[in-house]
Write a protein that binds this ligand. Structure first.
Ligand code: NOJ
Ligand code: NOJ
Ligand code: CA
Ligand code: CA
Length: 711
């Protein structure tokens, strides 16, 4: 009897599931959930300044000069903590908004000292570390951190930590009593401070004037005690520290100040991370308005990590906040970055952050913020929303842009826009992986189409707040039919009709209107790779390939021409191991069991364990226009191809002309051959004479090799 009742309810339940299954659109971008920490293309990141979000545990708040009880002094701790974030996960504020990842402040123990001489500043932001292996007690203890990870994961949220291995804290070169003298601790044991630094834990070349990359790397960023990453003790300590946080189950890392650390060392650090537990990592390479920096692209393409997309963010600010550019400039940026970044979908987009003016202007209109959010959430790249943007918080510059969260209202229009569009990144792979094509453009109007296979999303925006725009018709890849606005009219969007020849009706975009129309196609007969993560790894490392149309039975995944061992295979996701092949770059492709081959996903870098070696060459006199480069026997040194030689070397800070140096990521425990060359901008090359230099790299930790230029 009981058994029969049970099965009756069970079959009712099952038929309900089946009926609903027919009407609910199936999620098309599968396998990008919280179990996938290497692909964020379908995610929306929410950036939290931990101290400024929500105080869930007043008993861990600092006292005295460190604390501002009502957060009226923005330079003090204000009480926000991990328990506060847990509470806001549990009450639904974050998940109901639709965000799927949280980026929190650097979690490590920071200085307790207050900067009394200047303005009473404190380490509330988390960027003044003293012990990278301990938690910041004002954010919580390690149990609180573990619970944050658990609760976040249980609610489908990934957790990204900020990490700042460039420096410890503010220090003075001759006043040991200033602040905490930049002291570095190893889980409570003092390793050393900035003055009297006989272990050479820090660099002592004064503050940078930002005049060159070299200057920014080896001199202090402001007054922050700059860590000497070539010091074996510092190097091992930081690797152990990041492993500790990786072992806690974090899903991502936002790397602070990547322009200010040797690029070679950072690549070795990425190799350590990916070998330990691969997680999506993106660095902060700050760019100002209209700044286009080839070194920024090169870093994103070579270092193993992605970047915050400042070019995107600054352009959005110009177009929709400051009015100093328009959609023509915006689309130029979209086109330029699509080819400059090898993986544009892995760069992390935003419209503001804790180092910029908040997007909503003081006494400004909120419509511009709404429009910017709609574009951000439908653009290529991983969108990040700075906490409080959905509450239209304002504040120009730091720390006014980091005030305590003002409210948790779930009815603001901005909150509803995020709620409508965040799930679309998971529902339609055109948003996660698609190309971007302009379909109609004027200074005020931008209609762009995202497309991945047969999946299409079209976004139309008229940023003019007083004048409607007449659109005669535009051509689209949307199949014929009528499409409802995915924003349900939140920004006055209407439906769109596409005729059988792929053109739309004539229509009007109202002042300040945004509409989003889209089409998904569940299956594809052609395999199409949308994402490969990570894009760098050692033989044997697991790599996740996401896309559509892979088929249900195993086919072949190739790195170049070599088949990779398959770990799992379904129509939208494949996991493989990096095959045991020569180091270097390979294009990844998928061939279905029926023989149909996918697109090639370009430039996966196969490497062996990396160490950072400082290469130094003395007495290399150059003519005007020449630089010194290294070229050698491994891909990391250009495989003897002068066109791929690494450099130009530095010659201003640690060593000075005619000595040159650079810290490079090279294979560990290997004997390598190399030579230095002098090269000019036309590619004319002067080789060192004599035999190749030979050097056996350390099996572990950083090394140094010093030579004289041989004439
Ligand atoms: C960039 C961070 O975003 C900023 O807030 C911080 O002060 C500096 N790096 C130094 O860590
Ligand atoms: C440039 C990268 O930034 C550096 O880390 C690497 O060692 C060289 N390319 C060689 O691949
Ligand atoms: Ca607290
Ligand atoms: Ca530095």
């Amino acid at each position: 009897m009981i058994k029969r009742r049970h099965s009756l309810w069970m079959s009712l339940f099952l038929s309900l599931v089946l009926v609903l299954g027919v009407f609910l659109p199936a999620a098309q971008v599968q396998g990008t959930d919280v179990n996938n920490s290497v692909n964020y293309s379908a995610d929306v990141i929410y950036q939290i300044v931990t101290d400024r979000f929500h105080d869930g545990n007043p008993s861990n708040n600092p006292t005295g000069n460190l604390f501002s009880a009502n957060c009226s002094n923005f330079k003090k701790y204000c009480g926000g903590d991990w328990q506060g974030i847990i509470n806001k996960i549990q009450d639904g504020y974050l998940t109901n908004m639709g965000v799927t990842a949280l980026w929190i402040s650097q979690p490590v123990e920071n200085v307790f000292a207050v900067m009394n001489d200047k303005d009473g500043s404190t380490s509330y932001h988390g960027y003044w570390a003293r012990d990278f292996k301990k938690p910041n007690p004002f954010f919580g203890n390690m149990n609180d951190f573990d619970r944050l990870i658990q609760v976040a994961h249980a609610h489908g949220l990934k957790v990204i930590i900020d990490f700042a291995p460039n420096h410890t804290s503010p220090a003075s070169s001759d006043e040991p009593s200033y602040m905490e003298n930049g002291k570095l601790y190893d889980n409570g044991t003092l390793l050393g401070g900035y003055t009297n630094d006989h272990k050479n834990l820090f660099q002592h070349y004064g503050g940078t004037d930002f005049s060159s990359i070299e200057d920014g790397i080896y001199r202090n960023l402001y007054d922050l005690a700059d860590l000497n990453l070539q010091n074996p003790q510092v190097d091992k300590y930081l690797r152990d520290a990041i492993k500790l946080w990786l072992d806690k189950g974090i899903d991502g890392i936002r790397m602070d100040a990547v322009k200010h650390m040797p690029f070679g060392w950072q690549k070795t650090f990425m190799d350590t991370i990916y070998n330990h537990r691969p997680v999506f990592t993106f660095g902060e390479w700050f760019l100002g308005k209209n700044e286009i920096d080839p070194a920024n692209y090169a870093f994103a393409n070579e270092s193993g990590m992605s970047l915050l997309d400042f070019e995107y963010g600054q352009k959005m600010i110009q177009v929709l906040r400051d009015g100093t550019d328009n959609w023509v400039g915006f689309h130029n940026m979209i086109q330029r970055t699509e080819s400059a970044y090898e993986q544009v979908n892995d760069q992390v987009t935003f419209i503001d952050n804790h180092d910029m003016d908040r997007f909503t202007k003081v006494n400004g209109n909120t419509r511009n913020t709404d429009m910017a959010l709609a574009v951000l959430l439908t653009s290529r790249g991983v969108p990040t929303i700075y906490y409080g943007t959905e509450q239209y918080m304002t504040g120009n510059g730091d720390p006014a842009n980091r005030q305590m969260m003002t409210s948790f209202n779930t009815n603001t229009r901005a909150y509803q826009i995020i709620q409508a569009l965040a799930p679309l990144r998971k529902a339609n792979p055109a948003l996660a992986y698609g190309t971007t094509q302009e379909r109609w453009i004027s200074p005020d109007v931008y209609i762009y189409e995202r497309k991945f296979g047969n999946n299409v999303a079209v976004v139309a925006i008229n940023k003019n707040l007083s004048q409607a725009a007449n659109i005669s018709s535009f051509v689209t890849s949307l199949p014929s039919g009528t499409y409802q606005d995915a924003l349900s009219g939140l920004l006055n969007g209407q439906s769109l009709t596409v005729n059988s020849s792929g053109s739309t009706q004539a229509f009007t975009l109202k002042a300040g209107e945004v509409a989003v129309w889209h089409y998904t196609q569940a299956s594809s007969s052609t395999p199409l790779i949308g994402h490969v993560g990570t894009m760098m790894g050692r033989a044997g490392q697991t790599v996740t390939i996401d896309g559509v149309g892979f088929g249900t039975s195993n086919g072949t995944v190739r790195f170049g021409t070599t088949a990779a061992p398959i770990l799992s295979w379904n129509d939208k996701q494949i996991k493989v191991r990096v095959p045991n092949i020569a180091t270097g770059k390979y294009h990844v492709s998928v061939t279905r069991s029926n023989g149909v081959k996918s697109n090639e996903y370009k430039n996966f870098e196969v490497l062996t364990k990396q160490v950072s070696v400082r290469f130094i060459v003395h007495n290399a006199q150059t003519n005007l226009g020449q630089g010194v480069y290294i070229v050698g026997s491994v891909p990391e040194l250009g495989s003897w191809d002068p066109a791929k030689a690494v450099g130009p070397f530095y010659n201003q800070v640690v060593f000075k002309y005619p000595s040159w140096y650079m810290d490079l990521s090279v294979p560990a425990g290997q004997t390598i051959q190399f030579k230095y060359i002098k090269k000019d901008s036309q590619g004319n090359v002067v080789w060192e004479s004599g035999n190749n230099h030979s050097f056996t790299t350390p099996a572990d930790g950083p090394g140094t090799v010093e030579k004289n230029w041989s004439n």
